[in-house]
Design a protein around this ligand. Structure first.
Ligand SMILES: [Zn+2]
Length: 488
């Protein structure tokens, strides 16, 4: 008996039509209709398949079907893989076999748990993940799996949480039966591109420039942009406290990038836009625009007023410095975060569901310089990855947790209290930002700048137009400081 050999495991059988058969180990059928409990089936799962087919009356189950004699479970490797899946403690769904793309589906327990669609785990308005993946146990297990009818599956987890998944969702998100990352993909660690990290422990002065200088001198713009490139952020002092001057400041770099949230923004905390950034709650450190194929490179904030309350400190965390520390702690984790590509999304407003054209890793390696040049870190906007082998899921969750530990170390957090008159700009491809909870009314303005426009402006100011033209696309000498391509 498979169930007798494998005590304590939970799996279920997906129906071809109805009825739905969900089995728990030990031969007890839970929520099954019109079918004998698994305990009465002979020992191999293929028999379960046949029984299901005949019970459901599906034509694929008849002897006339040419494929009917080809049961995937006749194959030894499939049998072994299935047995091993059951042993792993993952949630396993046995499909009806014939004419299915896979004889069984396997879901990592943590993967299913963190992608629970209930309103405590996914914000009903913003559609962002609100369950903290990194607070969930790595060893979370299903305690009970049962069907609530033909359309969904209900799981009670070892942490007491209850989740319901539709079969459609499960079909789309089932794990791959083979790992997708090949050993040849694993290259020696590619550290982040050259940068300087601000050490919050040392309380050195922050990189800063003066508004008036930036507005009238290109040399000051260069100094400003070099600070952003090198340190990842820079303050601008003496900004007139109004949205017009703030917008003019951004436009010293380039035009403000428009998104589905608008262009230059000027808002007081409310839920006009369905995104957690627009509330007054604590906001953990993250990068913005993980859901764009081309996330905005720069973001500028200017606090115009804060009345009738307090709090709302700004948080910056250097994603490159944390990645470097992670590589030192565990090179395998660093590799995992650079190789595992993820979908991301912004689906809060009814008329948008934005997803990057290319799935993207947390640590993005530049194909020419071979250095990590872009960080995507936003647990709210990370979508459930598909075609993912459960062993790779486990590796990734461990690696992501270790990176999260680096990112949330208080010694890596740069906390500042924004003041009217001081704007903060940062490199959104590197620095994570967040803020503490606040009370009262906060009016904040700011905007995004595209990568290409920022880099163009910086290269031209730093190297001059002729040198930039002479070195168009010169990735060969990107390490040389006089090559405009050393800035990217
Ligand atoms: Zn939930």
């Amino acid at each position: 008996m498979i169930t007798g050999d494998l005590p304590g495991l939970t799996y279920m059988v997906r129906p071809q039509i109805t009825p739905l058969h969900v089995f728990k180990s030990g031969g007890t059928a839970i929520g099954s209709r019109n079918v004998a409990p698994l305990a009465r089936c002979p020992s191999w799962p293929s028999n379960v398949t046949k029984r299901l087919l005949s019970d459901s009356g599906h034509p694929e189950g008849t002897a006339q079907d040419a494929n009917a004699s080809k049961d995937p479970f006749d194959d030894e490797n499939t049998k072994l893989a299935y047995k091993s899946a059951l042993r792993s403690g993952d949630v396993v769904v046995k499909t009806t076999g014939k004419n299915e793309s896979a004889p069984f589906w396997q879901f990592g327990s943590l993967y299913l748990r963190e992608n629970c669609p209930c309103p405590k785990c996914i914000h009903p308005d913003t559609k962002q993940r609100i369950v903290d993946t990194f607070s969930l146990s790595l060893r979370v297990k299903p305690e009970n799996v049962q069907s609530n009818g033909a359309d969904d599956v209900h799981i009670t987890w070892s942490d007491g949480h209850e989740s319901t998944y539709s079969w459609k969702w499960l079909a789309a998100h089932r794990g791959n039966l083979k790992p997708t990352i090949k050993s040849r993909d694993v290259k020696p660690n590619r550290l982040p591109r050259p940068f300087k990290a601000y050490d919050p422990q040392k309380s050195n002065p922050y990189p800063e420039v003066v508004y008036e200088d930036v507005m009238c001198k290109d040399t000051a713009v260069l100094e400003w942009l070099e600070n952003i490139w090198l340190w990842g952020f820079c303050f601008v002092k003496g900004v007139p406290v109004n949205p017009e001057s703030t917008k003019a400041l951004i436009e010293r770099i380039s035009f403000v990038r428009h998104t589905h949230y608008g262009g230059f923004w000027d808002f007081t905390a409310d839920l006009t836009y369905k995104d957690t950034a627009y509330t007054n709650e604590y906001l953990g450190a993250h990068t913005d625009n993980t859901y764009f194929t081309d996330p905005a490179r720069l973001q500028l904030f200017h606090l115009l007023s804060h009345t009738e309350g307090e709090g709302g400190k700004s948080l910056l965390v250097d994603g490159f410095a944390a990645a470097k520390a992670l590589a030192k702690e565990n090179p395998g984790f660093y590799n995992t975060l650079s190789l595992s590509r993820h979908p991301w999304h912004a689906s809060g407003n009814e008329d948008v569901c934005i997803q990057p054209s290319v799935t993207a890793p947390v640590l993005n390696i530049h194909p020419d310089t071979k250095a990590v040049y872009q960080v995507r870190w936003n647990n709210y906007d990370r979508a459930p990855k598909t075609k993912w082998h459960t062993s790779e899921q486990k590796d990734w969750y461990k690696a992501a947790r270790a990176y999260n530990n680096q990112l949330t170390k208080s010694s890596n957090e740069i906390w500042t209290q924004l003041q009217p008159g001081t704007a903060l700009i940062f490199d959104n491809w590197r620095m994570l930002h967040g803020r503490s909870e606040f009370t009262g009314k906060r009016r904040m303005c700011g905007g995004y700048v595209n990568n290409d426009d920022f880099i163009s402006r910086l290269r031209l100011l730093k190297f001059g137009r002729q040198s930039v033209l002479d070195n168009l696309g010169n990735t060969r000498g990107w390490q040389q400081r006089d090559n405009p391509y050393s800035i990217y």
